[in-house]
Design a protein around this ligand. Structure first.
Ligand code: ZN
Length: 64
């Protein structure tokens, strides 16, 4: 189970590119946890909010 402040990977990476590696960013921080879940891309700080059900489907794994 995930918690507020956890870092996670989604099934689809974000569209932004990490400058240092040239790869698509896929590290998000959970910044709001409720009926809706808000995540923030740790590379570009883009925010995405979605219902918890959608989030559960799109979540790939919880990072250390
Ligand atoms: Zn991003």
């Amino acid at each position: 189970m995930y918690n507020l402040g956890d870092f996670i990977e989604m099934k689809k990476p974000h569209a932004c590119i990490i400058k240092a590696t040239g790869k698509k960013a896929n590290r998000w921080e959970i910044v709001r946890l409720g009926a809706d879940i808000k995540i923030c891309c740790t590379n570009c700080h883009h925010l995405v909010m979605m219902p918890r059900n959608d989030f559960n489907k799109k979540l790939k794994r919880i990072l250390d």
